[in-house]
Design a protein around this ligand. Structure first.
Ligand SMILES: NC(=O)C1=CN([C@@H]2O[C@H](COP(=O)(O)OP(=O)(O)OC[C@H]3O[C@@H](n4cnc5c(N)ncnc54)[C@H](OP(=O)(O)O)[C@@H]3O)[C@@H](O)[C@H]2O)C=CC1
Ligand SMILES: O=C(O)C1=N[C@H](C(=O)O)C[C@H](O)C1
Length: 215
């Protein structure tokens, strides 16, 4: 497919370019703060940048009438409303975390949330020292299934993204944890989402929707 990428010069942008090229997909439009280049109409737009870029991403998706895959975190309510409005026109896939593992954990939390109602629950997330937002979008995503529990953010080194959910009562402790061993897992998830989005109808999708429909 021919894709456009907002945030192409960033850490995730570079990973997406590498993974997509391995599958012979062509980067035809690229945007960052200082660079805007459109070689030809993209089949899809991906955005792994910053919340300030989202308005332009939505405008590009409307201009080219193409689906959008959005991975940028720290989006506010009005940003999500903008994506919901766009999804009336084109397929939109939005996820704070395009790894399969985090979405499996999300399914587990959704299935067992009643069992944990009497437990103390806390989330600890670890990311690289250059991450701009805290808490992580993933931690917020997981906390939505847990009643918005306390989240602790650690920023250190080049950590790609670790998340731990601690459940404790008077007699027991359970820990659910996930570690991203590279950014490639997110780029592969974004690819899965893009392949899904270019062949489905206009609506608002999560990555869990993509994974369940992929079965
Ligand atoms: N959903 C998921 O699975 C994942 C999501 N993420 C999220 O992706 C986002 C990017 O992460 P990361 O790549 O590490 O960040 P980086 O800071 O490395 O890259 C950000 C990119 O976005 C560009 N950018 C920033 N602001 C704008 C703007 N206003 N207009 C256009 N381009 C802009 C930057 O351009 P410039 O260099 O010119 O400033 C840069 O290319 C974050 O929100 C992060 O949380 C990250 C990993 C996985
Ligand atoms: O900034 C990152 O690197 C990541 N951000 C996402 C988040 O905020 O949850 C996803 C992943 O943890 C990596």
């Amino acid at each position: 497919m021919k894709y456009g990428l907002v945030g192409f010069s960033g850490k995730m942008g570079k990973e997406i370019i590498e993974v997509f090229s391995e599958y012979c997909h062509q980067l035809v439009a690229k945007f960052d703060r200082t660079h805007r280049e459109v070689q030809e109409k993209p089949d899809i737009i991906l955005d792994f940048s910053s919340p300030e870029a989202l308005k332009e991403t939505v405008e590009l998706s409307k201009k080219f009438l193409c689906p959008a895959v959005i991975g940028t975190t720290n989006l506010k309510e009005q940003d999500i409303s903008m994506l919901n409005e766009l999804s009336a026109l084109v397929p939109v896939v939005y996820s704070s975390n395009f790894s399969v593992g985090i979405n499996v954990i999300k399914n587990i939390l959704e299935s067992f949330k009643l069992e944990f109602s009497e437990w103390d629950i806390e989330i600890i997330e670890f990311h690289h020292r250059k991450k701009k937002d805290a808490p992580s979008g993933t931690a917020l995503f997981l906390s939505e299934s847990l009643g918005n529990v306390p989240i602790h953010s650690i920023r250190a080194g080049g950590i790609f993204g670790d998340h731990k959910i601690l459940f404790a009562n008077e007699g027991e402790v359970i820990e659910l944890s996930h570690r991203a061993m590279s950014r490639k897992i997110f780029a592969l998830g974004a690819l899965k989402a893009a392949e899904f989005a270019i062949s489905t109808k206009a609506s608002f999708y999560t990555f869990r929707d993509v994974l369940s429909k992929k079965r």
